[in-house]
Design a protein around this ligand. Structure first.
Ligand SMILES: Cc1cc2nc3c(=O)[nH]c(=O)nc-3n(C[C@H](O)[C@H](O)[C@H](O)COP(=O)(O)O)c2cc1C
Length: 179
């Protein structure tokens, strides 16, 4: 089984972005893939280089994030945009990975979803830039901006837009082809 770790940039229990990630495994059959959702974003300490020196013992939550990323064959990040940027909790998590390097050459997809027409495009672009500087393997077919998400997902979190389902399947297929 190849492992795909899904990371949502939203802490809301009813987050549309988290619901997209929860829906993905059910879009079609991927017999060789297993999906897991990272749920520790709000447990991480605030990043400081003072806590991240060489030889430091990371906190349990940071060690857990790094371990989950290390054992993942690919990663899907799906995030909202806050004030034209990446949510702070998500950026905080990524800052903990800069020195430890779990994103190096990791096939990674970057998705943003928003009720607005812009689909979180600024957060998406910023996230792509951050992950690329960490040398995550992001190709154009693994980047997706989803506008007007509330018309494409129902109240129980099921994706009801057929075109979106196909786009998400293509993203997973792209990741699967390179792991
Ligand atoms: C503080 C705040 C700032 C926001 N800024 C933006 C923004 O810049 N662009 C955008 O598309 N949506 C923005 N939104 C709306 C979010 O896209 C919307 O709340 C979305 O549903 C959040 O994603 P989630 O459902 O996964 O939690 C903002 C929401 C909040 C609470």
């Amino acid at each position: 089984m190849k492992k795909i770790l899904c990371i949502s940039g939203s802490l809301r229990p009813t987050s549309t972005n988290t619901n997209i990630l929860k829906s993905i495994p059910h879009l079609t059959k991927w017999p060789d893939l297993s999906f897991s959702l990272y749920e520790g974003l709000d447990q991480l300490p605030y990043f400081s280089p003072e806590l991240d020196y060489e030889g430091a013992t990371p906190s349990a939550s940071v060690a857990d994030l790094r371990a989950q990323l290390k054992t993942a064959d690919a990663v899907i990040v799906c995030t909202p945009e806050y004030a034209f940027g990446v949510p702070g909790v998500l950026k905080n998590a990524l800052d903990w990975i800069v020195s430890s390097g779990e994103f190096v050459n990791k096939p990674t997809a970057v998705i943003s979803a928003s009720p607005m027409m812009t689909g979180g495009d600024k957060a998406n672009a910023s996230l792509v830039q951050t992950l690329k500087v960490m040398t995550a393997a992001i190709t154009d077919d693994r980047i997706l901006i989803i506008p007007t998400i509330r018309t494409k997902i129902d109240a129980t979190g099921n994706i009801i837009d057929e075109a979106l389902k196909k786009e998400l399947i293509k993203i997973v297929d792209s990741l699967n082809s390179s792991i």
